[in-house]
Design a protein around this ligand. Sequence first.
Ligand SMILES: *[C@@H]1O[C@H](CO)[C@@H](O)[C@H](O)[C@H]1NC(C)=O
Ligand SMILES: *[C@@H]1O[C@H](CO)[C@@H](O)[C@H](O)[C@H]1NC(C)=O
Ligand SMILES: [Mn+2]
Length: 655
Amino acid sequence: MSVVSLNRMFRGKIRTNTCRIVVLTSLVWLLIDVILIVKYADCPSTGGGSSWLCKRNGDGYDVEVPNAARQSQQQRRAAAPEDDDPIVDAEEIDTNSNNFGDPGGYGGGGGGRDADSSMPRTYRPQELKKWRQAPTVAENYGRPGEMGKPVKIPANQQELMKEKFKENQFNLLASDMIWLNRSLTDVRHHDCKKKHYPAKLPTTSIVIVFHNEAWSTLLRTIWSVINRSPRPLLKEIILVDDASEREHLGRQLEEYVRTLPVPTFVLRTGKRSGLIRARLLGAKHVKGQVITFLDAHCECTEGWLEPLLARIVLDRKTVVCPIIDVISDETFEYVTASDQTWGGFNWKLNFRWYRVPAREMQRRNHDRTAPLRTPTMAGGLFSIDRDYFYEIGSYDEGMDIWGGENLEMSFRVWMCGGTLEIAPCSRVGHVFRKSTPYSFPGGTSQIVNKNNARLAEVWLDGWSEFYYNINPGARKASAGDVSERRALRERLKCKSFRWYLENIYPESQMPLDYYFLGEIRNVKTHNCLDTMGRKSNEKIGSSYCHGLGGNQVFAYTKRHQIMSDDNCLDASNALGPVNLVRCHGMGGNQEWIYDDEEKTIKHVNSGNCLTRASEDDPSTPLLRPCNYSEGQQWLMQSKFKWQAHHGDNRIGEDR
Ligand SMILES: *[C@@H]1O[C@H](CO)[C@@H](O)[C@H](O)[C@H]1NC(C)=O
Ligand SMILES: *[C@@H]1O[C@H](CO)[C@@H](O)[C@H](O)[C@H]1NC(C)=O
Ligand SMILES: [Mn+2]
């Protein structure tokens, strides 16, 4: 071996050793770093997903870490029985017809601070308040409706009951019999009671808007807030009267609230202003850090407030709703709602409750007490950080009275960087009514059309064209000037509606991935499939092709559904009937294959073909063995031209 090569080998060895030492030391430091980070990491803005780093033990912080050990227990359910139907119910609660977040009250002043994009996502510790659980409201034995039980009206008072029902469209006589401090059963999932929330939380102001509300329902709402909220967190209660005409809501109310143990104020809009503007008036006076909007005929249950504030304290850009239970409009019984539903919407932009998909259950690790990311909210009841409320653009003041504002806020929150959740451990009862006792100048449908047109113009991108084709009435309703709202969307650098559909609400019925959208015409009769305005679980119809969209628009989706709005063609028997049934997205009775060559629409389960209506019943298409006659041929080639573009990223691009 030469001196040179020895020398080289020697140097090589030194280099390898040095390298080893360097690598080892780095590894040690890296380990120390990781340990330090895990130990002392604060939880800045955990969106809810990757919060394992944030588990802190010593100080009672519970960051909703999914707990595998609890899972089996959580799958069993204490309060509401498990509902295995893939869809909640044929007729879910409908905000529009049940006037949820309803004509309550509304108000005058606008109000909007300028967006401050430098808003931190958490609070400074000195801004937060120590709190402790409010004591349970004890049962008052012998009084009607205690523990949330139904009230029975004696036979000799039935007439009076019917008379009083008309005043507010709920059983006012029953409500008047129930104590303002009535007790309720603890309806929460049992694991909710074991949850620990941060020791310090922000304060909240409760904003309740009303119009001609009954005394007992309004005051029971207020007492339930006072009784069941940790007092240090309850800054004040702000009542906004939207031009009520009832005597008891005047001076009598003002004098009564002065005696309450929590500061309570009555603001008045002066003239009828609508829910949206009344809420803006209330919000303007809020001194708490969080605004909690409630309806005027609610009852808050034990522990309702903490789960809402606990989400906001982790991330101020979280908007949180309670589960909305049902207070019967007939008996005032407290009935629990399913914790397996979330908010969605249909082709007509009506808010609807749908069953939570397996995807979201998995994300929550099947923990039924973990916050649920919901695509939309009902809008009547929610908490939002006060500064965030303004940063994100409060409400669209161009919207009238009520309707559409809940979807507008839902889209805005998701598309502009916030999070919208339902906290299943927070439960508030609400009196759902079958019809609204109030009237609006101009009529409800016109107002909702206008509000939805504004919603479509600002947030729906290319889908606004689709919406107008489904609801020609909304195209005619003038949206008015939306430039300010579009500017807001620009300023907040919000994402596209396509992003929302793909990432937040892939289960949506909005057409996204489909082969065809338009009318489906029979070759023999030249008639078109038509929903005839029918609802779920009724037969599909057919009629003269009018080419105007509406009830004759169907989507043939890539999941092989034939869909109109949130209903799908469905046949549970080989020879029909063919019904409209809520789409469940799982094939089965709802799977159809369109053959482009043969022009047949074949029902996969039965192997039979969609067939034209017979002469005896010319409006009802049939399901029959395929024989390739013209009566079984259908054309999917309409003049209805609307296509979701992949470039639907910015407002107006598609128009
Ligand atoms: C409700 O209970 C509180 C005490 O918890 C009491 O001060 C108040 O007077 C009660 N309200 C009514 C209407 O009886
Ligand atoms: C095909 O089937 C339909 C429905 O059962 C029937 O009305 C029609 O007469 C049949 N056509 C032929 C050519 O068999
Ligand atoms: Mn209501």
